[in-house]
Design a protein around this ligand. Structure first.
Ligand code: OAD
Length: 247
């Protein structure tokens, strides 16, 4: 099918599907100016070693280095805004209460800032932090020392970014809600993810296996293409508004 025919097919599926699940990844926010992870040259994991920055072991070994990297990413979020794709998804959800479930791997809060406050954030949020070890009764946060992660002055417990690091489990309530949405949806839109990180990527397989149509929006091939009914080789912020705003 030609591109326009594929686009109108997806538009029709969106108009008709009683339950739509949307799974987004870093490409969703690329046009807002947030770097992806695996794009050659510009992706974060092309420039930084995840084992040195995105594991509990790395944080325990070099808390200041890891905290500083997350603080830098957190500060960068102040400069960015939801793009037309985030706004189109939020607008659709507002016009069609209860039809769209947004599941994101992103930690940038841009879906929530666009108005989708019910977004299922599988990998946590860059804007939050939490205790590294289970908090004791003594635990309280002292004013932040320059560049250091805040810590409890009594026992030394450290605050850490509230994101999911490699080797860690996803928040169980978020994962359960995402799995239910993938299982029950009639259409899944997969936007801007390479589909290499599990269990998030597995949600597209769940949707497919339970009879949902799967449409991918990504300028490049992804690991989820085999379960897609349609792949639109497009950019999220350009593609989503015309697909969603007519419904
Ligand atoms: P990746 O960096 O692995 O993949 C980003 C995808 O977005 C690629 O397939 C790009 O082709 C695509 N892309 C780039 N620009 C786009 C655009 N404007 N519109 C649509 N697509 C675009 O990012 P994720 O798949 O999100 O985990 O990575 C998954 C997880 O790996 C992340 O959540 C993160 C990382 O390690 C944690 O932080 C726990």
């Amino acid at each position: 099918m030609a591109d326009e025919a594929l686009r109108s097919q997806v538009r029709q599926w969106i108009a008709e599907a009683p339950r739509i699940a949307v799974l987004t990844g870093a490409g969703m926010s690329a046009e807002s100016g947030v770097p992806t992870f695996r794009d050659a040259l510009t992706g974060l994991w092309a420039r930084f070693n995840p084992e040195e920055l995105a594991t509990e072991t790395a944080f325990r070994a070099h808390p200041q280095r890891v905290w500083a990297w997350y603080a830098h990413r957190r500060a960068a979020l102040v400069q960015v805004a939801p793009n037309a794709g985030h706004l189109a998804l939020a607008g659709f959800a507002l016009r069609h209460p209860g039809r769209l479930t947004l599941i994101t791997q992103n930690v940038d809060d841009l879906h929530q800032r666009a108005g989708l406050v019910d977004t299922i954030a599988l990998h946590g949020s860059l804007l939050d932090d939490r205790w590294l070890d289970p908090p004791r009764t003594c635990c309280h946060i002292e004013p932040i020392q320059d560049g250091e992660p805040p810590s409890c002055p009594v026992c030394g417990n450290l605050r850490r970014p509230s994101v999911v690091w490699f080797g860690e489990s996803l928040p169980s309530a978020a994962l359960a809600a995402a799995e239910a949405a993938a299982h029950d949806c009639d259409l899944m839109l997969v936007v801007g993810t390479s589909g290499v990180v599990y269990p998030a990527a597995g949600l597209a397989f769940t949707a497919h296996q339970h009879g949902a149509r799967v449409a991918i929006i990504n300028p490049e091939p992804s690991d989820l293409d085999p379960v897609a009914d349609v792949c639109l080789r497009e950019l999220a912020a350009q593609s989503l508004p015309p697909l969603l705003e007519t419904s």
